[in-house]
Design a protein around this ligand. Structure first.
Ligand SMILES: [Zn+2]
Ligand SMILES: [Zn+2]
Length: 346
């Protein structure tokens, strides 16, 4: 085992730095995972460019992680073995707060997340509690495995929203989350799946993933004229995978009386002219959603079955060395922004 490793460290400026840091020492109940692929999430770019309050420099980012177990902590009682392919549920519950003790670790009062406020996967090795590991079956490729974490949060949200067969579902946004929600809504048996987005090049993929109709966000009102929507003047379930001041209001506008709204995207922290009265008079159910630890194995099974595909989301693979020059900068205007970009380790 080497003494030091490469890591991308966010040191507080609007950039990450390639640094040589000590390989973490593995303790009882922990595993050291050798990284194969790590994803880059919009949360990472938000941390780097907008310094969102959950992260404090210096910090190794990276919470979309696939690798193989390199070491298991001494004295650990576990079925995991060195060499096994694993993904990491990066949210680490404290196991001692009132929520954890009542069997609801997803509401843990102490927010700790690998790659957010604990050292993450943008490094040759990452440390994780053995209880946070999940096996990756051979049917899932290494690249797809790095996309499991971005699937898990929408997976839990769709469970909570309980999209039913025959529901009409509107998804705001065609980013990675919006496109995953599109597939999940289709798999849940929605009668109509509509998407709105800003990038025309994403519309085709949204249709491939099961969208019946994709419109530009500026033309959202056209959707109210669809035969299945006209009757109730709105959708049964609206998922905001953007979270901008505009989409938050659009979600309320496109809801009919009694609809459910999932607020998922994190773009804006505040909304001007929030339509409170409309929420009340429409009797809306609002669902806020982050992670759900209990759904990982079902999400992994669904990918392994081939019924949910993640590979088309992957549009760019880079080395660790290439990343500092790419982060914190706008993509060149004439090139489409990759839906998902992975870091490949060697
Ligand atoms: Zn993320
Ligand atoms: Zn807790």
């Amino acid at each position: 085992m080497p003494q030091t490793m490469r890591a991308l460290v966010w040191k507080g400026s609007a950039a990450v730095e390639l640094s040589e840091v000590p390989v973490p020492e593995v303790g009882p109940g922990q595993a050291l995972v050798k990284m194969y692929y790590a994803g880059i999430c919009s949360t990472d770019t938000e941390i780097i460019t907008n310094h969102i309050a959950v992260s404090h420099p210096p910090q190794i980012l990276g919470h979309e992680i696939f690798g193989r177990i390199a070491q298991v902590g001494p004295g650990s009682v576990t079925a995991f073995e060195v060499g096994q392919r694993v993904v990491i549920d990066t949210v680490v519950p404290c196991n001692s707060c009132a929520f954890c003790l009542s069997g609801k670790p997803e509401f843990c009062a102490v927010y700790r997340e690998i790659g957010i406020n604990m050292d993450g996967g943008w490094a040759d090795y990452v440390l994780a509690p053995l209880t946070s590991l999940h096996h990756v079956p051979d049917a899932i490729s290494d690249e797809e495995a790095a996309l499991i974490e971005p699937l898990v949060c929408p997976f839990g949200a769709v469970d909570t929203a309980n999209i039913r067969m025959g529901d009409t579902v509107l998804i705001l946004g065609t980013g990675p989350a919006g496109l995953i929600y599109t597939q999940l809504a289709r798999l849940r048996g929605a009668a109509l799946v509509a998407c709105t987005g800003r990038m025309p090049e994403r519309a085709e993929l949204a249709r491939e993933f099961g969208a019946d109709i994709v419109v530009a966000d500026t033309n959202i009102e056209e959707l109210l004229q669809l035969p299945l929507i006209r009757q109730f003047q709105g959708f049964d379930v609206i998922i905001d995978a953007v979270g901008s001041s505009e989409t938050i209001k659009q979600a309320v506008q496109m809801a009919h009386a009694g609809s459910k709204i999932v607020w998922y995207g994190l773009k804006s922290a505040t909304v001007n002219d929030f339509p409170v009265h409309e929420v009340i008079f429409k009797n809306l159910t609002i669902i806020g959603k982050t992670n759900t630890p209990g759904v990982w194995d079902r999400a992994i099974n669904l990918i392994a079955s081939g019924r949910l595909v993640l590979r088309p989301l992957l549009q760019d693979i880079r080395t660790l060395e290439e990343i500092p020059a790419l982060l914190g900068k706008e993509e060149p205007g004439d090139l489409p922004i990759p839906i998902k970009r992975l870091i490949k380790f060697n």
